[in-house]
Design a protein around this ligand. Structure first.
Ligand SMILES: [Zn+2]
Length: 343
């Protein structure tokens, strides 16, 4: 064995630890080192300190939508380079690298899916695609999602995770703030509910436009949400910032957001909130339909109660059962009335 052989062998041994990060995850908050399955099973929430690690757009879609229900739209919209922008690398190169890294065509994945059977339009940002930055394609995808929401009378949910407007598209990127805000206004004119979900981080032009315009604004715990970065603000005002500044807990305390929702409860919360909306605005005709169906199904209990009546059970149980049956019949009447008023 030559000296070079020993050297090359040693090199091989050194390359082994590269595999380690795939199997072990370190929590950014409590520094615990955990086996990746332990973390992934909890949707990337640290089992030790509940720190919410970043999710990709695809992971977010899997978390929020019913299995197999997501249909992606506008996948063929691809960023162009209108300004022929070059910094350390050309913008074109950055786009192709981001596409290769994430498998996405832009920083946003948009589409239609079901949440516990309720159809919605869903838009998710991917922070790993150029910091989830907002540019022409992302803005256009949001506007098209709004248009589908109006057309199909489906609620809109946008999950933001973004550093802000994409500097490589300059004014074209900044224009997306007004373009998306105007689209959200149209959504509001049509009385279609829009839930904005802020995740770590939601900054710059994204927070300064559609992300703050939700009918209901939810945030994940400890998410960094703001417009300018803390260092810039500190330098501008020349004072120390309060503890927890720009964290979702701080924003909730100061009335800027409506709720902090843990990742495990996000899907159910979206469903429950949209159900509240549906009662008044009746945007989702299906909502009432589903409830009606549930009630009529329960009405089959009447037959059971009749049967119960013919059998030897105590009066107390019979009374209770009949009372319940009456309640159901009343509820059914109410639902029928609701449906009648609607049509
Ligand atoms: Zn942790």
């Amino acid at each position: 064995m030559s000296f070079l052989d020993i050297f090359s062998k040693k090199k091989k041994v050194q390359s082994a630890p590269e595999e380690a990060p795939k199997h072990w995850v370190k929590c950014d908050k409590c520094n615990s080192l955990m086996y990746f399955k332990e973390v992934h099973i909890q949707s990337k929430v640290c089992p030790k300190c509940e720190y919410h690690m970043k999710l990709s757009a695809k992971e977010r879609i899997a978390l929020l939508s019913d299995e197999g229900s997501f249909v992606e739209f506008d996948k063929n919209l691809i960023p162009t380079d209108p300004l022929k922008f070059v910094d350390k690398k050309s913008y074109k190169k950055r786009i192709s690298q981001a596409r290769e890294k994430t498998g996405n065509s832009s920083a946003v994945i948009s589409g239609e899916c079901n949440v516990f059977g309720m159809p919605i339009q869903l838009v998710c940002f991917d922070f790993t695609f150029m910091g989830g930055s907002l540019a022409s394609v992302e803005g256009e995808k949001i506007v098209r999602a709004v248009n589908r929401s109006i057309e199909k009378k489906q609620p809109l949910v946008i999950v933001s995770s973004s550093g802000g407007a994409r500097m490589q598209e300059s004014t074209y990127a900044l224009l997306q703030m007004s373009k998306t805000s105007a689209a959200i206004k149209r959504l509001s004119d049509h009385k279609i509910p829009y839930i904005s979900i802020l995740t770590d981080p939601t900054m710059g032009g994204v927070s300064a436009s559609f992300a703050w315009l939700g009918d209901i604004i939810l945030a994940e715990p400890e998410a960094l949400v703001g417009f300018a970065g803390q260092r810039v603000i500190k330098q501008t005002i020349g004072a120390d910032l309060p503890e927890g500044f720009q964290k979702s807990e701080f924003l909730l305390e100061h009335g800027l957001i409506d709720m902090i929702v843990k990742r495990g409860k996000m899907k159910k919360t979206i469903y429950d909130l949209l159900n509240y909306f549906s009662d008044d605005s009746l945007v989702q005709e299906e909502f009432v339909g589903i409830e009606y169906h549930k009630q009529t199904q329960e009405l089959d209990n009447e037959a059971i109660i009749e049967e119960l009546d013919s059998k030897e059970v105590s009066e107390e149980i019979k009374d209770e059962a009949l009372e319940k049956a009456e309640e159901i019949v009343e509820e059914k009447k109410e639902f029928e009335l609701k449906l009648k008023n609607k049509s």
